[in-house]
Unconditional design. Sequence first.
Length: 465
Amino acid sequence: MKSKILLVTLGVIAIATVAINLDFLTSTARQSVASVASKAAIKNLSGVMADNNARGFAAAELITLPINVTEVARGIYKASGVGNTYVVTTSAGYVVFDTGLVIQAAEQKQKLQAVIGNSEPAKIILSHSHADHVGGARFWSEGNAQLIAHEEFEEEQRYLTELNPYLHGRNRTLFPWLPETPRTLPGMDFRGLEPDILVDNDVPFRFTLGDRRFEVHATPGAEGADNIVLWLPDDKVLLSGDFFGPQFPQFPNIFTMRGEKVRKPVEYSQSIGRLLKFDIETLIPGHLEPIQGADTIRAGMTRIRDAVDFVHDQTVAGMNAGRPLETLMRDIVLPERLALSQTHGKVSWAVKSIWEYYATWFHFDRTSELYATSQSTILRDLAGVLDQQAALSLVQSKIDDNRPEQALLLVELLEGIDDATALNRLRLHVLQQLKDVALQTGNDYELYWLDSEIEKAHETARLIK
Ligand SMILES: [Zn+2]
């Protein structure tokens, strides 16, 4: 399965739906309303995807795949979906780990209960607050099951909800098949959950149900500050949510380009260090299929941790040596022994985000960073005093020399010139050149962004004509 599909993991699709709080409904009533609304939403999404020239299509495609239930380890059942829902059975009831995307959750639950029976779970564990993991939490319980989440869970939900219009706009740039505005689907409130048990970073929450021991461990620093994982020590199984991202092993998205609060690189490394103490034989991620084999899992985890440590330490050393951020973004590369796929997280962006994590917003480079006047305000004036033809030729020569990053900076400075058609043509060349480079790494976010810019440039070309 293509990696692009997995981008949705990061809670993107579900931003298509928004919360209406229908707490007075029983879980069964909520579930029936949701089933009807879900089918409509999925049908609608399929139509939108078809209209959007396949950009980001693979990501959306996952939502239309049939939901299947399989036993992925002894007594552990998975209902597939954009985000999987898992059930861990015991001799005295069962535990749910993650509850999928709200528009798939009702069907996931129904298909799982066809296998394990209709009783209510003893506990529901939510790996983190992203929408593709918490969607069905209200379907599974009439209020008797204990809801377990990280102590930062409510705060993460709060800001993701409060900033939803902003985040939705950004997501829609990357995933154009998302609806223009967040949808409202009655009964499909996946926010505002109030956990019964909060797990903090220092003390794992351990419990026994029937013949099984459970350990819930906090692993902050991954996809948000509120990550928890479920360790089943007797089975040597780890349910990891999104801790490792959509593929294993890969370089993690230390801070996501979509725009969320900071993720702490040092905490991430420490969290992996904690997981390395377990002898994991089966790794069950929140998306796609389990990974088997203690050696493979240990080697992958060690490499991820060492790669993050390497990038972190090199960035800090570069900062202390007074080297410019952009130089470090270019020069810090993973050595061969730590090579990892960068389809999800990208090393140069990790360098930038680690820098900003420590130094925040003022880079100490340009005084203009301090003031509220943007470069765009002087571009018309600049164009008025320029030899515009010479400037366009300069861009062309950068393109010819295969220096797209320099050409891009020039294009951005020339926004105010008279020959918008010529400038736009050059912009398209530059973007295409950047995309050719980006394809070598295959970072999905970079490609989605460049595709969106290329589409915008084509649109500009149509308008100018
Ligand atoms: Zn996810």
